[in-house]
Design a protein around this ligand. Structure first.
Ligand SMILES: Cc1cc2nc3c(=O)[nH]c(=O)nc-3n(C[C@H](O)[C@H](O)[C@H](O)COP(=O)(O)O)c2cc1C
Ligand code: SF4
Length: 505
């Protein structure tokens, strides 16, 4: 019998290591033939540690499992959840990027291959660089890190650049509040990212890659380093990638913890050992990036989606989604929510269905008030916008942002004036200081919101004006997008700004 206990850090945070040790000890005590496999997470975080037992009868889930449950688990007396694939939260997903996550031991390259891994890379090896880039373009894949820029166009720019050295840089800084997809795939299926980076390297002619990984993810750092070591030992990385005669190797680099180091030019400075400050564009990183050389900078999920595009074909991937939002998005559901976790689905599901139906509403049981989509720079979406399909253009049309697809849910006890203040405060703390609208504007923004909170009605106009200046005059999206959470809170929840004002009048 095989017993799967996740090694994902979300599962470890609620005792998965202790449960795994208890299963091992109890099985040994009984002389039972049990193999404990540490897999990735299946993404249903309210059920962690989610343990699965596999025997002749198939694979069944139990959760959340505590150490005290272990004897009953081995006796077959613990109430189970059935097969993960039949559970509603899982069954309603379309898992392409996360197809293997939680299914296998993340560091078992043979299991990776047995579940479709490396077939994408093998297909890419038989193609020219231009054909590889064309396949990504045809898939319609857009950057999953925030901006939604077409990945094929970016790769094509790097392919066309003439240089003695090119680089693939994976952005694993994942600073957005409420997001964890990058971490989950790095901890749960690291070879997918490595394979995606290798395909990117073959495509644009880059022989070296870096993963810029945030220091707050020690488990992901450990798993990625080990996966790279195994990849090298097994010929997936190195001078002769899978016998192709072409080279690609990569390293993991750990950041020092700054939100702005997720911005691609700031990231490149940090990777070069410099202060993480935003660079003016042009030049684009695709032409002058890491060490001044042509560089693909892509998010973890963008790169980790590349293998399935090559495994199943660009058309297969592009058949999912809505309009120009092709394929699937691993949506991360967090905040005050009943069923939080990772939900990968084709673009197009209405926001309300996601929040009320899939996520089951709030954990407190109180009415949902607002949902912040797209991290700290994303707008607060009110109930009146819950019909909006989860897709780039559709959200944009409603003043919203998909970003890295973090969905953070708030109940009716949330004070939206305080949330607007938090957005400005976050910007003030995280600003790299290069441009005035952000460096000074965010500080003035906090002060102005405090004035509104004290009942100064005239400060609303000043805040609106300040937000316009930050939006139009900031060098990067940290200062440029902070107005979205602030103005959406002000526009959609005027009562939270007006009550205090009226009280003072
Ligand atoms: C302040 C700021 C923070 C960002 N943080 C991240 C991040 O943590 N991860 C990420 O992939 N992209 C982040 N981005 C977006 C990157 O600048 C860039 O668009 C992205 O890495 C490109 O990859 P993609 O095309 O695959 O999305 C951030 C942007 C800004 C302005
Ligand atoms: S907007 Fe803020 S973070 Fe971006 S360059 Fe200007 S000061 Fe730096």
């Amino acid at each position: 019998m095989k017993i799967y206990v996740p090694r994902d850090s979300a599962a470890k945070a609620v005792g998965a290591d202790d449960v795994a040790a208890a299963i091992r000890a109890e099985a040994d005590k009984r002389g039972a033939d049990v193999t404990v496999i540490r897999n990735g997470s299946r993404g249903m975080l309210w059920l962690e540690p989610l343990v699965e037992i596999e025997d002749d009868a198939g694979r069944r889930a139990y959760g959340p499992v505590s150490v005290a449950d272990v004897p009953a688990l081995l006796d077959g007396k613990l109430e189970g959840l059935g097969a993960v694939e039949d559970m509603p939260f899982f069954a309603r997903q379309t898992r392409l990027t996360f197809a293997r996550c939680g299914l296998i031991d993340p560091l078992d390259l043979d299991a990776y291959e047995a579940h479709g891994g490396l077939s994408g890379l093998r297909r890419a090896i038989a193609m020219t660089g231009a054909e590889i880039v064309e396949e990504v373009t045809k898939s319609g894949l857009r950057g999953r890190g925030g901006a939604g820029f077409p990945t094929g166009i970016k790769w094509n720019t790097v392919l066309g650049a003439k240089a003695d050295q090119k680089y693939i840089v994976c952005n694993a800084d994942e600073g957005d509040s409420g997001t964890f997809a990058d971490r989950m795939i790095m901890e749960g299926d690291p070879f997918t990212l490595i394979e995606g980076m290798a395909i990117a390297g073959l495509g644009v002619g880059a022989t070296k890659g870096y993963v810029y990984l945030r220091s707050e993810y020690p488990d992901a750092i450990e798993v990625m380093n080990e996966a790279v070591r195994i990849g090298r030992a097994r010929g997936l990385l190195g001078a002769d990638v899978l016998g192709s005669g072409r080279a690609f190797d990569m390293e993991i680099r750990v950041g020092a913890g700054a939100y702005v180091c997720g911005e691609e030019t700031s990231l490149l400075n940090s990777l070069e050992g410099k202060r993480g400050i935003v660079r003016a564009k042009p030049p684009l990183p695709a032409l002058e990036g890491f060490l001044g050389k042509p560089t693909v900078v892509n998010n973890v999920i963008s790169l980790a989606t590349v293998p399935v595009i090559f495994e199943k074909g660009a058309e297969h991937y592009a058949n999912f989604g809505l309009g120009r939002s092709k394929g699937t998005m691993p949506i991360q559901i967090a905040g005050n929510v009943k069923f939080g976790g990772l939900f990968e689905t084709a673009f197009g599901m209405p926001l309300g269905e996601l929040v009320n139906d899939i996520a089951g509403g709030t954990a407190t049981g109180r009415p949902v008030k607002a949902v912040q989509v797209g991290g700290p720079l994303g707008a607060y979406m009110p109930l009146s916008k819950f019909d909006t399909p989860f897709a780039y253009e559709e959200f944009d049309g409603q003043g919203g942002l998909i970003g890295h697809a973090g969905v953070v849910i708030f109940d009716d006890s949330a004070d939206m004036l305080q949330m607007a203040r938090f957005a400005m405060e976050f910007c003030a703390v995280e600003s790299c200081g290069k441009c005035t609208p952000c460096r000074i504007g965010a500080v003035r923004g906090v002060e102005t919101i405090d004035r509104i909170g004290r009942g100064d009605a005239g400060a609303v106009e000043i805040l609106t004006d300040l937000c316009e200046t930050m939006k139009d005059g900031s060098l990067c999206a940290l200062g440029g997008f902070t107005p979205f959470p602030v103005m959406s809170a002000l526009t959609h929840f005027p009562d939270d700004f007006a009550t205090t004002k009226e009280a003072a009048e």
